[in-house]
Write a protein that binds this ligand. Sequence first.
Ligand SMILES: Nc1ncnc2c1ncn2[C@@H]1O[C@H](COP(=O)(O)OP(=O)(O)OP(=O)(O)O)[C@@H](O)[C@H]1O
Length: 255
Amino acid sequence: MSKVSKADDDLRKLLSEKRIKGIEDRQVGSEVFDSMTLKTLYKLSKMGHIHILKGAISTGKEANVFKGYNKDNELVAVKIYRVRSSDFKKMQYYIQGDPRFNVRTSNKRQIINTWVTKEYRNLMRAYEVGVNVPKPIIAKNNVLVMEFVGDEEGNPALPLRQSKISNPQEVLEKIVDYVKILYKDAKLVHGDLSSYNILINDGEPVIIDMGQGVLVNHPVSMELLNRDIDNLVKDFKKLGIHITKDEIKSKIMDL
Ligand SMILES: Nc1ncnc2c1ncn2[C@@H]1O[C@H](COP(=O)(O)OP(=O)(O)OP(=O)(O)O)[C@@H](O)[C@H]1O
């Protein structure tokens, strides 16, 4: 059997087994599950990382996040970047200043795949120094599989902006601590930190969405760190906590 017809066959099998929920929904189906993405999902399913893909947890600007189960029936989160609606210019800009990726291409798929690898590596770097992030499992093409953040029944944790927290001061201190560990130990700046990208799981903050994260020697790292801190000041002001940008910055920099 030729390579192409084998891939077609694999796809048909995946679809006929109805292991991907939502694929029947034409709109979601055509935009997210293009044939390359289906092939990638099939490969991941063969590797045991995704056995069943359930409904979407979120439909963001550039990616959809689904709940899934791996072959051992453990919950996973599957983030699929939509090739059609991704902001390639932004991705290219951040990738080009990053010495970890020597990619000089305008090929859209290649840019997305590099972005997904970047998100995986940033999450791993953060995870390894003890920051509370979803543990990354695998990045393949435009698909990232990671630990599911939520309860055992499969209810995903809510973002900070939608959560009711009784201990905002404590949560802020933990987040500032994570930003500091990221900066000092992982040499990373999140770059898109806000109440959208902090989930509250059983009262604990979990930092997500690290695709934009840059190394501290990236030309825009300071600008991004300042913006992250500004966002924390604004978001926690809404929760009744008054802290200045300089106070947070001096905690992070040990001034
Ligand atoms: N590991 C995870 N476990 C559970 N839920 C998750 C996980 N990762 C992401 N989510 C959910 O999916 C949402 C979107 O995730 P994320 O911010 O990574 O994607 P995004 O496409 O960059 O979002 P946007 O385009 O809206 O900025 C989160 O707000 C959260 O509700």
